[in-house]
Every structure is written in structure tokens, then in C-alpha cells.
Design a protein around this ligand. Structure first.
Ligand code: PEP
Ligand code: MG
Length: 883
């Protein structure tokens, strides 16, 4: 078996495509060699050796030693040096390199091969004794730290004590003789710590370093990192051994890192840092201030340090050409490490560079325009979730922050504001021109006014699909929910978090993208939608198959969603239209009435309001499909709680408050989510459905006239479990369409369909599709009822479940494809078998989640529907799913 792959001198045994075998670093070193870039010669010990090592009790395949020796000899041939030779020693670096870059593993040992003999030869050959001893002490420190496990701090202590004694300030004050003393002390330290001397034999050093790389694959940090990022243990890591080139050989030498484009803005300009007379770790260690790469970067960053462009113009020009070549070759922004040794440029690494969401968008679009990649590739390169960063204000990453609590990142974006505890306070605060954050134990529909008046919402209870979360996402307002560590005492006007008490009017900041709650006001960065954003969206629209609709019920949401490119409304939750001002009173009147007559009287007050709302929505959507769902939530959510509220309703109804209080008590439910809600309301109180249907049809007739466009109307029945339920409700709807048709002289076209949000409905979808003209999967309730976990209460244990790996992600965020998803597949398949061409969509929160959208594409749904701010994310995710 071939376990070792050499590279250097303009060729290599490996290439770019052999990432699995050679690791990312090894494959790219081989590739750079192949295309003739200056790469110090070396070899890669393959990931298969790592696998073998663990399968065979941490031993190596028998052929390995000979193969490593041959590869070392080849480096010697190219460089004219010999590993371990006393007179002309070859020094090497040893680096790990898995398929995916992986912090937590052993990283790098430089200057390997030095000992008391070879150091003299290096001093002689370089005619620079200081350089030789400086390299030697670096080697001992690094090797002891990463291979032998002697803490780095010990070495620093020794050095600091020495500097103090000698009156030195910086490391460059130390001369050859000083470093020689340090080497002696360092080695004595290692002997003391380990009970055996520091290894002098270069062979022993080399195998020690190789072993350390392989062992680090299984260290605790690496294991944790792999589990967090889904990297299988079976991949293993490779080891790269390479001839040393020295950036610490005086002022004609340097080392640095660079990106071919700016990783935070995406600007097409070389970006990076370098240090003269330094080795790799000096750049990252932060001991010296790195210098900018180019003059342009120096100016942009306001740096007064000399740039590489100025300090070494010749090498800089060569370097720029190499970086351009690498970007063209890899067709992506590259993150590059390099060293200049005595005026000669060497490339040590290249890889695709990490970048912000903003940069990824700009880079993808510009590269497509430059012809470097196709539009399809550009679409695939932007993480839809990263668009979130672009659509919402975010906390200035450079701002100092004090975290006082952490909850779920329920609705992205960040906001600072004064604490309020009730809707009244929120509205009063807003009216007084203040920015407020509403803090609640949990939110209920009557908090909606307060939420609307607030810049952000913080709750102690509730999960990702809790009321607060759903509503906040709908508005694009930041929300942190389920912050279990806080205490909310609204009556006392206190929020207790992070061991401190915050009063009404104190300022806090919430970050709905991370779930952080912070003390005080924090600087924000406002989003700007760039030209690239619009452009990428257009490209995405050209390739996607599924339509993207929005969940919206207010004109503001509907307009926002249209601006973001929504192609209709997939879910209008009519209950949200009942919470404002007089409406909630009429609604309560209706619920608390003890007979049909009383209900009809209250409904008559609601009819004109509903009609006007629907008409506005239809007009905004201008002929695009609009799905209106009949009243769905548990009645309980509308019930008055306080005496004040009961008085108010009593007055409106002309009924005694005591009677209403008794009625409210009667309607109390222990498990309202499984209680009097959904189509059960329409069946028990048909007059509610009738009023709503009338409002819908009358509005449709009016909007068709005002816009000159017929409304693509879909009436949707919630929480259906059986065909019989749907039949009953549909009959009412159809009858009302007839009635309105007669009265208005015109019957609008419409379809009647149903939510599929109960397991029984998914299983009996064939039968239900005899009646239903479309299905919309309500995966919030379907998740709740399939897994049997409450949307409102699961936050208390879901975190633990995710931590323990029982769920990979919160199933209310990303659809549980094997469980809940299987029911969606069954529903889709059985529905379409009964009614070919049955229109299928999803309107649960999963409709805005990229992984769930990919699932919807595979399942053949016609559209996804999500909150307005997620529409762009869904457009991009749907395009990626279709590619
Ligand atoms: C659902 O259950 O997925 C749904 C969209 O309805 P709601 O969230 O209003 O219950
Ligand atoms: Mg539902």
C-alpha cells in the first residue's frame, strides 16, 4: 500500500481531488506543486494511516517507515540537505491536515530536526548564529507544548524572568548567547517535568510529532468539534511533513497570511497581514503588531505600519500574481499562508476562506459576473441562513458586552430598549418616543399590541414556535424566548437576570440571532440590502421550482413580504386580526355569549372589520394566491383574565360581570392546544365560519373590482382529522359563496382546502382529498402531535434533548424528516393519488428553514410559506434544493 505522497519541485504524487486521502492541506500543497507554485518540498502521510493506527492499537503499517525515509531522502535531493545530518541538516515542519479544517487538533511543529549538533551547522550555513538559536528555542517550546504536553506557560515564565534579570523589554533584545541560555533552561525544564530528557534524535522527534498528530484526532476537543460539526470519526487526519523555510532570517525574510478578497466585506482586494523577520506563530500570537499586506489595505485600515508592498515590492508583485492564479485555479476566495525566506517567496497553504454572510454574497455574485463561476454555483455558495445577518440589525461585533441571560434565538436581529412589562407600558413608552423591550413570563395573544409597540421581546417560557416567537418572526422583530434563567416579576416591575435586578425603564439588549440577553445599550450595525442581494435573488428565482409564499395577516406584513419577493399568501391566520382594540372586546363577547343569538350579534360587529382586512390583503397581493384560514386557536386564548377586562366585555354586552366570570371559568381548558380549537369551532359554532366566509367572499368581489384582477382565493380549514369534519365546514363555505353570489350578482372563484396538521389527517389524506382541493402542511401542530411535545412547553427539555443528541436539532425549527416528515410524505402521496395535481404546500415554521425546504422539494410540494423576513431565505434555499 502507498501510505506516503510526495510533493515539491514542480510536481506531486497527489492532487486537489485527493482530499479524502491527503486531507485538505495535503491535497492543496500537492496541487500548488503541480501547477508550479513555489512550495517547500515535502510529503503527506495519508488519512488511511490514521485509520490503520486506531484499528491496530496505535501502531503503524510495517511499510510506513521505509516510505517515510524514502520521502525524506527525496526532500533531501531537492533541497541538497540531509535529515539528521550533522554538517548539512534538513529541518522540517510537521502539520496536521484533516479533510475539513479542524481546530482542537495538534496543529504545527516547526524547525524539527534541531539539536545541539545541528544547531551549530545551521548557524554556520546561515552565517547567523542568532537565527539558529532562535529557531532552536522555538522548536523546543512548540514541540514540548504540542507533542510532549508541557504547558507553554512554563517556558514563558522562564523567558520573562530572564528578560527581567537582563533588563530586556522585547524578544528581539535577546542575542544568540541569550537564546543559548534559554535552550539550556528549557531542556532542563522538560527533564524536570517529564522525568526524561528532551529528545535529541531527529528521527525520534519526527515520529513523536507524527504520533502526536494522530493521537490528537482522538483528543477531547477534537471529538467535541467533530460531533458539533457532524464530521465522522472514520475520516481520520493526514500529516504533512515539509522542508522548513524561514521567515525569521532577518529583514529580507517574512511570514504572513492573506485572503484573496476581503472576508468581512467581500471587496475584491487582497487582504492580509505579515511580519518581517518572524515565524508563522508570531502572526497569530499577537506579540507583535502585524503589518498590512498592501498599501491600499494600509490606507483602508488606517495603519501606519509599513506594508509588504512597500517593504519588499519585488516579492509582493510575485505574491499578488500567485494569489490571483490560486483564486482562478480554485475558483473561490482563498485563505493563504506564505513565507519569504531571504527574498524568496514560498507558499505554505491555500484553502477556501471563511467569510461573513455579507462577504459570501458579494463574492459569489462578483465571481459569477467575472465569469469565474456559473450563476448556479453562485447560488450554491451562499448559505441561506447567512441572509438573516443581512436582513436584520446586528450587534456591532466590536462592542463590549455583558451577558445576563441566554435563551432561544427565536427571531433574529438585535435591539436595545427600556424594559416594559405590559402592553400598556409598551404602548405608552412608544407613544412617548421611547424604544422599549417587552419582557414577559410568556406571551399570549393579548400581548400583541405591546409586542407591536416594542423593539424586541424577551420571555422566560416558550419555545421556537411559541406565540411570541411566531409573531415576532412574522414582524421581523427580535425575540429571545425560553430564557429560563431570568425571573420576571411584572407586578413589582423587576427583571432578575445574571444576579442583578433590572427595573422598568432600565435598558437591556437582546440578540435574537444568538439568544443572548445583555445589560445596557449596545451599538448596532444596520443592514443594507446590496445590489448583489437583489441580483442573487433573481438568479435563484430563475432556477427554483417551488413557489415561495408568506404567512401574513396584516397589510404591513403583506407589503413587506411582497418587497421580499413573496408570490402570495400561504397562511393568513385570521385570529391575529381579532386582537386589536375593539375587536378583542367583540371577540370576547362572541365567545362568552351563551347562545347563538348572542354570538351572531357579536359576529355582526366583526364582519365589516374582517371584510376590510381581507380586501386590503387581496389588493396588496393583486391576483396572487391568498390562503385564508378560518379561526383556529383555542378559544381560551381570547378569554379575559383580569377583572378589568371582564368589566369591559360585560359593558359591551350589557350582561352582569359575575355571569361572564362564571362563563369564562366554564370555558377554561386544561389542554387547550388539544381542546376547543380548529375546525371544531366551525362545527360547534357554524355562525363563526359563516361570518368569516361572508367576509372573505364579499372582500374578494370588491377587490376584484378595485384591482381589475380576480382574487386567487383559497379558503382553508384548520385542524381537520376526518373527512366528515371537512365536509361539514365546506358545505357552510359553499353555501355562503352561493349566498354572496346571489346578493352581489357574482360568485368569486375559490378553492376549499385543509391544513394537514394531525397524524390522522396525514394517514387518511386520500379520503380527505376527495373533498379538499389543496393541502397545506401545518408542521407546527404536526410536530407537536406526532412527537407528542408541546409547542409551548417543550423549551424546558428540548435543549437537553439536543445536547444529548436525541434530536440533532430542535424539531420545531428543522423538520424531523424521518418521523414528522414521513407523515408529510404519506399525506402528499395519498392525497395526490386520490386527486392528481392536488396543490401541496407547507405553512408551519419549517417553511422558512433551509433543510426543511430541501425536504419539501424532494417531497414534491408546490410551495413553501414562511414569515416575511424569511422569504428571501426560502427563495434561495428552494433554488439550492432544485439544483
Ligand atoms: C401549523 O400548525 O403548522 C400552523 C401553520 O398553524 P399554527 O401555527 O397557526 O397552529
Ligand atoms: Mg396549526
Amino acid at each position: 500500500t502507498k501510505w506516503v505522497y510526495g510533493f515539491g519541485d514542480g510536481r506531486a504524487e497527489g492532487e486537489q481531488g485527493m482530499r479524502n486521502l491527503l486531507g485538505g492541506k495535503g491535497a492543496n500543497l500537492a496541487e500548488m506543486s503541480n501547477i508550479g507554485l513555489p512550495v517547500p518540498p515535502g510529503f503527506t502521510v495519508t488519512t488511511e494511516v490514521c485509520t490503520w493506527y486506531y484499528a491496530n492499537g496505535r501502531t503503524y503499517p510495517s511499510e510506513l517507515k521505509a516510505q517515510v525515509e524514502a520521502a525524506l531522502a527525496e526532500i533531501g535531493r531537492i533541497t541538497g540537505k540531509v535529515f539528521g545530518d550533522a554538517a548539512n541538516p534538513l529541518l522540517v515542519s510537521v502539520r496536521s491536515g484533516a479533510r475539513a479544517s479542524m481546530p482542537g487538533m495538534m496543529d504545527t511543529v516547526l524547525n524539527l530536526g534541531l539539536n545541539d549538533t545541528t544547531v551549530a551547522a545551521v548557524a554556520e550555513a546561515s552565517r547567523d548564529e542568532r537565527f539558529a538559536w532562535d529557531s532552536y528555542r522555538r522548536f523546543i517550546t512548540m514541540y514540548s507544548d504540542v507533542v510532549l504536553g508541557v504547558d507553554h506557560g512554563h517556558f514563558e515564565e522562564i523567558l520573562d524572568t530572564y528578560k527581567e534579570r537582563k533588563g530586556y523589554v522585547v524578544d528581539t533584545d535577546l542575542m544568540a548567547a541569550d537564546w543559548r541560555v534559554m535552550v539550556g533552561e528549557y531542556k532542563a525544564l522538560v527533564s524536570r517535568e517529564l522525568g526524561k530528557p528532551f529528545p535529541d534524535d531527529p528521527q525520534e522527534q519526527l515520529w513523536g510529532a507524527i504520533g502526536a498528530v494522530f493521537s490528537s484526532w482522538m483528543n477531547a476537543r477534537a471529538i467535541t468539534y467533530r460531533s458539533l460539526h457532524g464530521i465522522p470519526e472514520s475520516w481520520g487526519t493526514a500529516v504533512n511533513v515539509q522542508a522548513m523555510v524561514f521567515g525569521n532570517r532577518g529583514d529580507t525574510s517574512a511570514t504572513g497570511v492573506a485572503f484573496t478578497r476581503n472576508p468581512s466585506t467581500g471587496e475584491h482586494a487582497l487582504y492580509g497581514e505579515f511580519l518581517i523577520n518572524a515565524q508563522g506563530e508570531d502572526v497569530v500570537a499577537g506579540i507583535r503588531t502585524p503589518q498590512p499586506i498592501s498599501e491600499a489595505a494600509a490606507k483602508a485600515g488606517g495603519s501606519t505600519e509599513t506594508s509588504m508592498e512597500k517593504a519588499m515590492p519585488g516579492v509582493f508583485a510575485e505574491f499578488v500574481a500567485v494569489t490571483q492564479r490560486l483564486e482562478k485555479h480554485y475558483r473561490d476566495m482563498q485563505d493563504i499562508e506564505f513565507t519569504v525566506e531571504d527574498g524568496k517567496l514560498w507558499m505554505l497553504q491555500t484553502r477556501s476562506g471563511k467569510r461573513t454572510g455579507k462577504a459570501s454574497l458579494r463574492i459569489a455574485v462578483e465571481m459569477a459576473k467575472e465569469g469565474l463561476i456559473t450563476r448556479e454555483e453562485a447560488i450554491g455558495r451562499v448559505d441561506p441562513a447567512a441572509l438573516d445577518q443581512l436582513l436584520h440589525p446586528t450587534i456591532d461585533p466590536t462592542a463590549a458586552r455583558v451577558e445576563i441571560a441566554r435563551g432561544l434565538p427565536a427571531s433574529p436581529g438585535a435591539a436595545s430598549g427600556e424594559i416594559v412589562f405590559t402592553s400598556e407600558e409598551a404602548e405608552a413608552g412608544k407613544a412617548a418616543g421611547k424604544t422599549v423591550i417587552m419582557v414577559r413570563q410568556e406571551t399570549s395573544p393579548e400581548d400583541i399590541r405591546g409586542m407591536l409597540a416594542s423593539a424586541g421581546i424577551l420571555t422566560r417560557l416558550g419555545g421556537m414556535t411559541s406565540h411570541a416567537a411566531v409573531v415576532a418572526r412574522g414582524w421581523g422583530k427580535p425575540c429571545v424566548s425560553g430564557a429560563g434563567g431570568i425571573r420576571v416579576d411584572g407586578a413589582a416591575g423587576a427583571l432578575i437576570a445574571g444576579g442583578k435586578t433590572f427595573r422598568r425603564g432600565d435598558v437591556i439588549t437582546i440578540d435574537g440571532s444568538t439568544g443572548q440577553v445583555l445589560a445596557g445599550r449596545i451599538a448596532m450595525v444596520q443592514p443594507e440590502l446590496s445590489g448583489e442581494f437583489a441580483e442573487l435573488m433573481e438568479w435563484a428565482d430563475a432556477v427554483r421550482r417551488m413557489k415561495v409564499r408568506t404567512n401574513a395577516e396584516t397589510p404591513a406584513d403583506a407589503r413587506q413580504a411582497r418587497m421580499f419577493g413573496a408570490e402570495g399568501i400561504g397562511l393568513c391566520r385570521t385570529e391575529h386580526m381579532f386582537f386589536d382594540g375593539d375587536r378583542i372586546v367583540a371577540m370576547r363577547e362572541m365567545i362568552l355569549a351563551d347562545d347563538e343569538k348572542g354570538r351572531r350579534a357579536a359576529l355582526a360587529k366583526l364582519l365589516p372589520m374582517q371584510r376590510a382586512d381581507f380586501r386590503q390583503l387581496f389588493e396588496i397581493m393583486h391576483g396572487l394566491p391568498v390562503t385564508i384560514r378560518l379561526l383556529d386557536p383555542p378559544l381560551h386564548e381570547f378569554l379575559p383574565h383580569t377583572d378589568e377586562e371582564i368589566e369591559e366585555v360585560a359593558k359591551a354586552m350589557g350582561a352582569p360581570a359575575a355571569k361572564l366570570r362564571a362563563r369564562a371559568l366554564e370555558l377554561h381548558e386544561f389542554n387547550p392546544m388539544l381542546g376547543f380549537r380548529g375546525c371544531r369551532l366551525a362545527i360547534a359554532f357554524p355562525e363563526i365560519a359563516e361570518m368569516q366566509a361572508r367576509a372573505i367572499f364579499e372582500a374578494a368581489v370588491e377587490a376584484a373590482v378595485s384591482t381589475g384582477q380576480p382574487v386567487a382565493l383559497e379558503v382553508m380549514v384548520p385542524l381537520v382529522a376526518t373527512k366528515a369534519e371537512l365536509d361539514l365546514v365546506k358545505a357552510r363555505i359553499d353555501a355562503m359563496a352561493q349566498a354572496v353570489g346571489k346578493e352581489r350578482g357574482e360568485t368569486p372563484a375559490y378553492q376549499v382546502g385543509t391544513m394537514i396538521e394531525l397524524p390522522r389527517a396525514a394517514i387518511r389524506a386520500g379520503e380527505i382529498a376527495e373533498t379538499a382541493e389543496f393541502f397545506s402542511f401545518g408542521t407546527n401542530d404536526l410536530t407537536q402531535t406526532t412527537i407528542g411535545i408541546s409547542r409551548d412547553d417543550a423549551a424546558s427539555f428540548l435543549g437537553t434533548y439536543v445536547q444529548k443528541g436525541i434530536f440533532a436539532v430542535d424539531p420545531f425549527v428543522s423538520i424531523d424528516q424521518e418521523g414528522v416528515g414521513a407523515l408529510v410524505e404519506i399525506g402528499a402521496e395519498r392525497g395526490r393519488r386520490q386527486r392528481p395535481g392536488l396543490k401541496l404546500g407547507i405553512c408551519g415554521e419549517h417553511g422558512g428553514d433551509p433543510a426543511s425546504i430541501a425536504f419539501c422539494e424532494r417531497t414534491g410540494l408546490d410551495y413553501v410559506s414562511c414569515s416575511p423576513f424569511r422569504v428571501p431565505i426560502a427563495r434561495l434555499a428552494a433554488a439550492q434544493a432544485a439544483l
